[in-house]
Design a protein around this ligand. Sequence first.
Ligand SMILES: NC(=O)C1=CN([C@@H]2O[C@H](COP(=O)(O)OP(=O)(O)OC[C@H]3O[C@@H](n4cnc5c(N)ncnc54)[C@H](O)[C@@H]3O)[C@@H](O)[C@H]2O)[C@@H](O)CC1
Ligand SMILES: [K+]
Length: 491
Amino acid sequence: MHEVDQMAIDGGIPSLQLMEQAGNALFEAFVQNVEKTEKIVIVCGGGNNGGDGYVLSRLLYAADYDVFIFPLETTKLSLETRMNRESCVVAGVPFIDIFEEATVLVDCVFGTGLDRDIQGTYKDVIEQMNASEKRIIAVDIPSGVDSATGKVLGVAVQAHETYTLQTGKIGLYIYPGRLHAGNVHILDIGIPEMYIQSIHPKTHLIAKKEMVDFLPDRFMHSNKADYGKVLCVGGSIHMSGAITMASLSALRSGAGMMTCAVPESVREVIATNVFESMIIPLSDVAGIIAPKAVDELQAQLDPYSVILVGCGIGRSEAVVDMVKMLLDSKKPLIIDADGLWAFRQIQDHYTDREHVILTPHPKEFADIMNITTKEVIDDFLYWGKKFMEKFPKATLVLKSETTLIFHKDEVWINTYGNNGLAKGGSGDVLAGCITGLYAQNEDAAKAAVLGVFLHAYAGDRVKKRKSVFSLLPTDVLKEIQQVLRKLEEHR
Ligand SMILES: NC(=O)C1=CN([C@@H]2O[C@H](COP(=O)(O)OP(=O)(O)OC[C@H]3O[C@@H](n4cnc5c(N)ncnc54)[C@H](O)[C@@H]3O)[C@@H](O)[C@H]2O)[C@@H](O)CC1
Ligand SMILES: [K+]
């Protein structure tokens, strides 16, 4: 956003004017959302985020709001902030240095310029704000959240609402930043769209209205083979539902032909639950694929255009060999669940592998990266990019409440979905959905992005009718068709 601000300034909108526009947009939002009976304290830093706070306080004061300025920085002020502070003094806006009496606290301490850990008085005041149990409204981004990564630098304001200026900042959507932002409202501060469009950002927030462009083509003259010959490799005696759901999900997402390669002891489950699927029965030992299953499958691999491996497959040496064989085949491959456990052990041989999508949750990802789950959760973006440095040709779907998709130097952020999706089997439906889309369109990034959206948005639609407690992955599976239908209508 700094870049966009700078372009607007270079393009002839003075910085001071931008700040005035930001203050005006904030004022309008306050008029809509904050009663005049509230006692408002605006906590201002010395950067331009603080400057936004000064403009806002002046406008609220002029409109007879009960508003006070808490100046957290009094010496190191940017030029624009200093000028607006002077205007507040002239206008008679009251200054205070406590906020006990306040009913609404406005956080204008740091914005996008935060560049190091917060310490000292700043830290103390932010901790007091968080402990105060007052309604907190953050301006642009909760102070302490890194706007580019969502990482918390030392401490961060715990806001109930965030009024962000002109564009949604990445840090508002990625954890842990998302936990600090509360409800996010994007305010138009009048920066011309051409400046925003011209920077071609590498990080994208997934938006429903853009998903139509990610739909694979369907043709008037076509047959099943045109939409991919999918092979799902997985299943074991204790986890036969995973591959059932994954294969059904791939079919629901448009895959043309389906074959499931499963241990002999699981074949009946597929035969009775996935009528559309052909079956390759594999030799098994105690309900998990046997070592000779690898050669059995290799001999029959030729016809398939896309392969999903891992759902319910279990863990054994044979599983590692199976994943290795599929990676060596160079065929488009999606690796999920225990397939990722196997991948972890052989990863160093496949740093150059193309056409591969990995779908780990934080624990599986931490294992691959040889770090702790906490390290992943503290900075998803950093570790995702680290992974891409090692596997530059792969596509990574890093699952969490905010799933991130990494492909080349681009990142997509998904904020759809709800905690009803946190249930065993959800990942199988997602992996199947991505596989079905990848089968129809060789663009791994498009398949991964649309797959993540379809799964999460289907989950949101189900949530409207059912409790999050009772939402099942199979409900989501069935709902995918409704989301696809909506997208088709807008094509
Ligand atoms: N003209 C513009 O560029 C506009 C900027 N706007 C606002 O300005 C904000 C960005 O302004 P700034 O770039 O001044 O950034 P900030 O307001 O975030 O402040 C940065 C200042 O704080 C210092 N700082 C950074 N981290 C610190 C830490 N941990 N402890 C102590 N000091 C620290 C920096 O050295 C710098 O002086 C946006 O978030 C937005 O609210 C809006 O007014 C719209 C227009
Ligand atoms: K802020």
